[in-house]
Ligand binder design. Sequence first.
Ligand SMILES: Cc1cc2nc3c(=O)[nH]c(=O)nc-3n(C[C@H](O)[C@H](O)[C@H](O)COP(=O)(O)O)c2cc1C
Length: 364
Amino acid sequence: MRMIDAGIFIPVGNRGWVVSSNAPEEEDASYPRVLTVVKKAEALGFDFALSPAIWRGYQGSSEYWMRSLESLTLSAALLQATSRIMVYGTVHMTVYPPATIAKMIGTLDQIGPGRVGLNLVTGANYLDLSHLGLWRDGLDHDERYDLADEWITVAKRLWSEGVVSHKGRHFALDEAVMGPKPSRLPPLANAGASGRGMKFAVDNCDIAFIATGEGQEYIAAAKSARTTAGAAGKSDLKIYGLFTLIPGDTDDDARARLAHFDAGVDQEAQAHIAQGYAMNPNAKDVSTISKGRGGHGTGSSVARWTMIGSYESLAGRIAKVVDEGDLDGIILVVPDYVTDLEAIAGRTLSRLVEYGITCRVGQA
Ligand SMILES: Cc1cc2nc3c(=O)[nH]c(=O)nc-3n(C[C@H](O)[C@H](O)[C@H](O)COP(=O)(O)O)c2cc1C
């Protein structure tokens, strides 16, 4: 029996991951809604909730992501409001100096001891960051990960050492001191789709997230992440798949839901998201997975790896990807994070056991 971890990708931007005027109204990116979602996830038995770092909304009639909550301040409130679930915040290491985030983690660990984690990203969408003056000029794709290596080295030292001096290419610390220390090093995740991104995860993190789905290319990517980690002597790196689901009572209902979302697809927003990746000065390094995120050019309002089907049929299909991709965990995207998550817990994840997989969700 394979035991996996299960978490949710918190919808901190309005409309979540459905780029459509017909996306569920409920995902309005308000704090009361996000709080309800995360408390629900905890009650259902999910192991973790991860909020992304989003810095802009996009042009178009759906006003996609025009409102989004900041990840780390949100994490503070969520840790206070919960008691068991792990709460991961996301930071762009190109935006903040490591000392700033190290200090915040020390504080967050006081609020939810041992329950704060970090998703570390370098940023790939130019428009997401540039309008606020947050795009880091002068560093190419791999150099941003070089900065990331130095960033996390400094942060780890601040979390564990008494006095830290460091002189590197990007950061300098002079007999730096910091307290309180977190009760443990925060679990660290990264979602790099490139070879360099994966190397960062292998060298520095506990978890590598990869977008996944039923296509052979996703299974291959998951397996290759495992092989890369093993070859680098990091066989305990956990590989978690990001699953985007559109569930329904029947397969036809799920397809009808997608058709409804697609009828309101906001192609202007999708084009704007795609433009953001294309404007990255190192656009050639932007992964096809990133480019496929907004559904641009497909006529659909969801990412191209989305799995559509009845709650029951998704169980076997998720299990197959977990099994063939040799995944340690899953992180879920759904259209409606209250009604869908409840049904996914009771009708989908509870059935994984029939396929030789267990998780803590849906066991009650
Ligand atoms: C689960 C998951 C979460 C992610 N969260 C963010 C995020 O919050 N902010 C962001 O700018 N990019 C995010 N990304 C994108 C990745 O950090 C990364 O930039 C992308 O996969 C491209 O890989 P590369 O940097 O190795 O080229 C996420 C990706 C995944 C799969």
